[in-house]
Design a protein around this ligand. Structure first.
Ligand SMILES: Nc1ncnc2c1ncn2[C@@H]1O[C@H](COP(=O)(O)OP(=O)(O)OP(=O)(O)O)[C@@H](O)[C@H]1O
Ligand SMILES: [Mg+2]
Length: 320
């Protein structure tokens, strides 16, 4: 079994996954409540919370799988990108666990992790496919040729799609994290009420900053009472614009590279309108869209492990 650890942002997660991709345990301790009062993740607060949570979360994963560390053959951990202090907690824990048992360690790129959420049982996807990765920190189109070979076709020039959801939610006075809140509220609103722009940038890149500004101006024109009345319409129209931007680009890219299959991963893949619009695509399982360690262990199945004790010098990285 592979023990996976993920601490790149504000989820402390541990999972146990078998070599053939069955999830035996998947524990995610979200710190969202802790950061909600600040309206976003505070890096130092996140690191300290990871430190408190990481051991109990590993213990809980072992208990859920009815396993002990004796059943673990290798340890996988997110090496980056993410918050550096947060990543270091997971990486140090993984090194300690692996070193104490002379196990190999697999450093995993968080974005490869998101893609590998598609490789898990009971319905694993096989490359090749064109992947839309839309999360809190990234939005990119990846041509996945095989498990280890991929090419980035486009990415966002400014905000990530998840970031656009979160910032939009803040403008609408909704809670953090905002994507789920907008998704929920949009169901009660009219997506045609506001005509928000879909940026047309060259190539296969994305841009969401103009959309965010358009929402800002729309809300500024409204009195607090009007905003209250229009909130659902604004959420529905704003979500429609983000989803359209994503769907148009991914379809365009699929045509350009002649992709037979489209897949969607990352936190924004939880969005109900996006899932409906791309119902023909391979969608990451709902509970594996936002950060988790099962996807990290899954990615590790396709990466050469670093043997004991060569990994002790590995460092985390904040950006790619
Ligand atoms: N139903 C939803 N609709 C839209 N967005 C959503 C939904 N659920 C979650 N999100 C968004 O997904 C993002 C979190 O996703 P994820 O955990 O993959 O990102 P991250 O790990 O913070 O960023 P990255 O993976 O780029 O480092 C947040 O921006 C959140 O608002
Ligand atoms: Mg993520």
């Amino acid at each position: 079994m592979i023990l996976g650890l993920e601490t790149s942002c504000d989820e402390t997660a541990a999972a146990l996954v078998t070599a053939d991709g069955y999830i035996r345990a998947n524990i995610v301790a979200s710190q969202a409540d802790l950061h909600a009062r600040y309206g976003g993740v505070v890096p130092e607060v996140a690191s300290r919370r990871h430190l408190e949570l990481v051991s109990p979360v590993v213990r809980e994963a072992l208990a859920q799988a009815d396993a002990t560390l004796d059943d673990v053959d290798r340890v996988a951990v997110t090496q980056g990108p993410g918050l550096i202090g947060a990543l270091l907690v997971g990486l140090s824990t993984a090194k300690a666990l692996a070193w104490a048992r002379r196990l190999p360690l697999v450093p995993v790129d968080h974005l490869d992790g998101h893609i590998a959420s598609l490789y898990l049982q009971p319905a694993p996807l096989e490359p090749p496919f064109l992947c839309l990765l839309a999360s809190g920190g990234h939005t990119m189109l990846v041509d996945v040729e095989s498990y280890g070979t991929q090419r980035i076709l486009g990415s966002t020039l400014d905000d990530a799609a998840g970031e656009a959801f979160d910032k939009g939610a803040r403008l609408l006075g909704l809670g953090y994290p905002g994507g789920r809140e907008i998704d929920r509220l949009a169901r009660e609103g009219d997506p045609a009420a506001y005509d928000f722009p879909v940026a047309r940038v060259p190539g296969l890149d994305f841009s969401f900053s103009g959309l965010k500004t358009a929402l800002l101006y729309a809300t500024k024109k409204l009195s607090p009472e009007e905003l209250e009345r229009q909130r659902a319409d604004l959420a529905a129209s704003y979500q429609r614009a983000i989803v359209r931007a994503l769907v148009e680009r991914v379809r365009e890219a699929a045509e350009q590279v002649g992709a037979a299959r489209i897949a969607v991963v990352g936190g924004v893949a939880a969005n109900s309108e996006l899932r409906e619009a791309l119902a023909d695509a391979a969608l990451a399982p709902l509970d594996l869209t936002t950060d988790n360690a099962a996807m990290i262990a899954s990615a590790a199945r396709f990466i050469e492990p670093v043997p004991y004790p060569g990994y002790l010098g590995l460092d985390a990285f904040a950006s790619r």
